[in-house]
Design a protein around this ligand. Structure first.
Ligand SMILES: *Cc1c(COP(=O)(O)O)cnc(C)c1O
Length: 470
């Protein structure tokens, strides 16, 4: 049998409206060619993000009903605390409203202005929370991650050689902690190997630095270690996950990913003194430490989500879904980033649309066309998101790559939904030479991708001599 079954039946359905190409063209124009400005009800297949978009199980919905809403010491907290302690082994468990709250609180407690925090690659909000404190967020992306098409297995790894050189050169006391993000979201959700986890832990600890995991996708990382590393193939997934957590001194978790909930997060620490400071700040901004800005029912649903996410049948199905989408796109000749991660498939729009120069936003052009053609919402990860106009010269600075990310919400779409996405690509790929670029007509000074207005341009000739690399 070669079909990998979705290991669940559907008990509640959420109908969406089937729209026409003409309707979607109208919606896109009204949204100024910015997919963030669409109404979600005008999207059929929403692959914008895997964050908070998953489907909860019947057991999680049951937990919602039995959640304890007491202000202090609620039963749901102790249930969650027990599950998280068993999963991670960490002594102090703090619920927070989402991942960035864990980041803000931990960094406020540990980081002072002028310091630097290393990581394999900081996620956007992680970087922003460090920079907001006047500190620097420094990335050590593994060399094998630079090539988008090679099939190297552990592209999420941290470049340990570069980190060691860098640590040796830092003034004493200037690095308050070290972080490692599993899986590595910024490089396409690529996993970190157990060897790398060990080497990074060893290096941070040799320099006397507390080591924290940014573990939003811990289950997906554990799955790849279990699948690809012979040392871990016979080991049950909870043991693999525990081995990763055991290497670190604490973690930040956005539960909107592998927590299988729509909202929530966790901050876990071993150090009692750090925990005391975390507790004080948590009370100030999130709430009492036994609810941390969440409802009791949210805590109960998260506890159940964490019990479910390391099920090998679920993770196998998740791998099969990503593999199915990635390999079909590959067969169509669509340039897919390799290897595929579990939470998303990335398409290299710059390679697919070479007639659209990066300044004309090939990623956004492709994302818009996928929406018009199939009602599929994806997101550009490229020049619209990371590019800007140089303040000195006024010239556009383009991103390293122009990608389109197709995120896979957990347990939400069936194989025929994914077939629809593949057929949409077949259509768009067949007439890719007719796609036109976009120009920005209005943009904010920061994070322009969320609110920019754009319009299609007629001209597709390279404006290459006006481009700076950034
Ligand atoms: C999503 C995410 C965060 C931030 O979490 P939120 O719940 O969105 O605040 C931090 N790190 C990584 C790796 C993430 O994927």
């Amino acid at each position: 049998m070669k079909t990998v079954l979705e290991p669940f039946r559907i008990k509640a359905v959420e109908p969406f409206r089937i729209t026409t190409v003409d309707e979607r063209q109208h919606h896109l124009t009204a949204a100024h060619h910015n997919l963030f400005l669409l109404r979600a009800e005008d999207v059929m297949i929403d692959l914008l993000t895997d964050s908070g978009t998953g489907a909860m199980s019947a057991q999680q919905w049951a937990a919602i009903m039995t959640g304890d809403e007491s202000y202090a010491g609620c039963k749901s907290f102790f249930e969650l605390e027990a599950v998280v302690r068993e999963l991670t082994g960490y002594r102090h468990v703090f619920p927070v409203h989402q991942g960035r709250a864990a980041e803000r609180i931990l960094f406020n407690v540990m980081v002072t202005p002028g310091q630097s925090v290393p990581n394999n690659a900081h996620f956007d909000t992680t970087r922003a929370n460090i920079e907001y404190l006047g500190a620097a967020a420094v990335d050590f992306v593994a060399p094998q991650a630079k090539d988008l098409r090679t099939l190297a297995p552990w592209k999420g790894d941290l470049d340990v050689v570069a980190l060691e050189r860098w640590l040796a050169a830092q003034p004493k006391g200037s690095v308050p902690l070290g972080v490692l993000t599993i899986t590595n979201n910024r490089v396409g959700g690529q996993p970190v190997s157990m060897q790398n986890l060990r080497a990074v832990a060893d290096l941070y600890h040799r320099y006397g630095l507390p080591f924290f995991l940014d573990a939003a996708r811990f289950a997906e990382n554990a799955w790849w270690i279990h699948r690809l590393d012979p040392e871990w193939q016979q080991v049950p997934l909870p043991k693999v996950a525990r081995a990763m957590f055991d290497l670190a001194d604490g973690c930040m978790i956005s539960a909107k990913k592998d927590g299988l909930v729509n909202i929530g997060g966790l901050l876990c620490v071993n150090d009692d003194a750090v925990a005391q400071k975390v507790r004080n700040l948590l009370i100030l901004t999130e709430g009492f430490p036994t609810y941390g800005g969440l409802a009791g029912r949210d805590l109960a649903a998260l506890a159940q989500g964490l019990r479910e996410v390391l099920d090998p049948d679920y993770l196998h199905y998740r791998e099969a879904s990503a593999q199915y989408l990635a390999s079909h796109l590959d067969q169509l000749g669509v340039p897919v980033v390799r290897p595929f991660g579990l939470h998303a498939v990335y398409v290299d729009a710059r390679a697919m649309l070479p007639h659209i120069p990066p300044t004309r936003l090939p990623g956004q052009a492709l994302a818009c066309e996928l929406y018009v053609q199939g009602g599929v919402r994806s997101v550009e990860i490229g020049t619209l998101m990371f590019g800007h106009d140089d303040p000195k010269t006024g010239l556009p600075v383009v991103a390293d790559n122009d990608l389109v990310r197709l995120c896979l919400p957990r347990r939400v779409y069936t194989q025929s939904h994914i077939d629809w996405v593949i057929e949409t690509f077949a259509e768009v790929h067949g007439r890719r030479h007719d796609l036109r670029g976009l120009e920005i007509t209005q943009q904010a000074p920061f994070l322009r991708a969320f609110t920019a207005h754009m319009r299609p341009v007629a001209e597709t000739a390279p404006v290459g001599d006006l481009v700076q690399r950034g």
